[in-house]
Design a protein around this ligand. Structure first.
Ligand code: ZN
Ligand code: ZN
Ligand code: ZN
Length: 331
């Protein structure tokens, strides 16, 4: 007779309910009829009291999901079903082309999502809705920073950080590439992208310095493990095509690069003008022969200017004409 109440006590103590992977102690306390009425009016059924004297377990009538809700919240506002909310967020994320991962535990209106590039970011759901409506885009800071670093590297410079003078259009760069002098200076990002700047220390200005138009053949590793290597063509300008080929262009040693042709130009600005004209002509006449960035971005530190090898012969002929002094038409 003395054992029975003791066993009963232990059973009560162990009784628990698991909600979202968290176990809560069930409370053997009465459920008031006015709570049931409020729950029913708000789309829930009360299953139990749990955790402490202040909480109820509500079952969502829409999805059957369990929610731990304070009695105070049930009586004074509309409780949200967590499962329904997450389903809604998942759909909104999907409409924006991203994958919902989880709600942010610290801010109610924020979620962690995975972007198309694979990076995970925390964003406000309102922003994700605007992305879904095509009003804006989510920028991945990690990818963006990598792109800015690669832009500088491709020019023989290194991105140091934001502009010390605070302009959003400028960055601080160091002339640290293979031919660099170590000098640091602020340069507009657009000029870093186009190469239109000079180093204030080693003095050479790109536009007045001699340059080259070059044509490279690049052997790209297979896109899939059992696929073939792919020969592609790069057209560009550089003060030193050999250094560009060896140090600034490949991301790793497996990429094989060969200089097919290189025509010296008396000034960088001439080289740039002719290079732009050639790219413009290719874009108009053979847009389908442009290689998508995704194919080479893991192998080469450039964003564009890579073409199908079918253009090798016509480009070689264009270089022969260049050498003979016949310039391509300006676009
Ligand atoms: Zn629900
Ligand atoms: Zn990213
Ligand atoms: Zn320098």
């Amino acid at each position: 007779m003395a054992r029975k109440p003791a066993r009963k006590f232990r059973t009560t103590r162990r009784a628990s309910i698991t909600i979202d992977g968290v176990r809560h102690r069930l409370m053997a306390m009465p459920i008031q009829p006015q709570w049931q009425a409020a729950a029913a009016a708000k789309g829930f059924d009360i299953v139990a009291r749990a955790r402490d004297r202040y909480h109820l377990v509500l079952r969502c009538r829409a999805c059957g999901g369990l929610n731990l809700v304070k009695i105070y919240v049930l009586m004074n506002s509309q409780p949200r079903c967590r499962a329904c909310l997450e389903r809604d967020w998942r759909a909104r994320a999907e409409a924006a082309g991203v994958t919902f991962l989880r709600r942010c535990p610290r801010a109610r209106h924020y979620a962690w999502v995975r972007l198309a590039c694979g990076h995970e970011v925390r964003r406000q759901m309102e922003l994700i809705d605007r992305v879904g409506r095509g009003k804006t885009a989510i920028r991945c800071e990690i990818c963006h920073a990598a792109r800015e670093r690669a832009e500088a590297e491709a020019r023989g410079w290194r991105l140091v950080g934001p502009d010390p003078e605070g302009s959003p259009h400028y960055r601080l760069y160091a002339h640290d590439g293979p031919e660099g002098c170590g000098h640091r200076q602020r340069i507009a990002r657009i000029n870093m992208q186009t190469g239109r700047f000079g180093c204030a220390q080693c003095g050479e200005s790109w536009s007045a310095a001699p340059s080259h138009i070059y044509l490279l053949a690049i052997e790209l590793p297979p896109a899939e493990s059992d696929g073939p290597w792919e020969r592609v063509i790069k057209l560009g300008m550089s003060r030193d095509p050999v250094s560009r080929t060896r140090h600034q262009l490949p991301r790793h040693d497996a990429v094989r690069i060969e200089i097919l042709d290189s025509v010296p130009m008396p000034r960088g600005r001439d080289a740039l003008r002719i290079e732009k004209a050639l790219h413009g002509r290719l874009a108009r006449q053979a847009p389908q022969l442009r290689i998508p960035r995704a194919r080479f971005e893991n192998h080469l530190k450039v964003g564009s200017e890579i073409y199908h090898s079918a253009l090798e012969r016509p480009l070689r002929r264009a270089f022969d004409r260049l050498r003979a002094g016949v310039q391509p038409p300006t676009p």
